[in-house]
Design a protein around this ligand. Structure first.
Ligand code: SF4
Ligand code: F3S
Length: 104
């Protein structure tokens, strides 16, 4: 599976949603997650994310986020269309520590 990391938080560009063939993204207020059981491992979303927030679960950096993706994809609504990112999305690109401050 692929997963979304905290790099998505407050960037939320949703380019990933537009390319996913199985619509397995779920939307929180500040971040999206992937349902690991629905993801078919095609990998196309990884390259589309301007914040480089998507990783395969085989990446060591993904480990911390696998459970977050599993847990919140079961709670948040499915998102199937790209929407406008937050107006200040670019200011949060690559910022560290977003999970602690802004996860939702
Ligand atoms: Fe969707 Fe493919 Fe990304 Fe999985 S890897 S979330 S199936 S686009
Ligand atoms: Fe987030 Fe990147 Fe998608 S910022 S919403 S994972 S395009």
């Amino acid at each position: 599976t692929y997963i979304v990391t905290d790099d998505c938080i407050r960037c939320r560009y949703t380019d990933c949603v537009e390319v996913c063939p199985v619509d397995c993204f779920y939307a929180g207020e500040n971040m999206l997650v992937i349902n690991p059981d629905e993801c078919i491992d095609c990998g196309v979303c990884e390259a589309e994310c301007p914040a480089e927030a998507i990783l395969p679960d085989s990446d060591p950096r993904a480990e911390k986020w696998i459970e977050i993706n599993r847990e919140y994809s079961a709670q948040w609504p499915n998102i199937t269309r790209q929407v406008a990112p937050p107006p200040d999305a670019d200011e949060f690109k690559g910022v560290q520590g977003k999970f602690e401050k802004y996860f939702s």
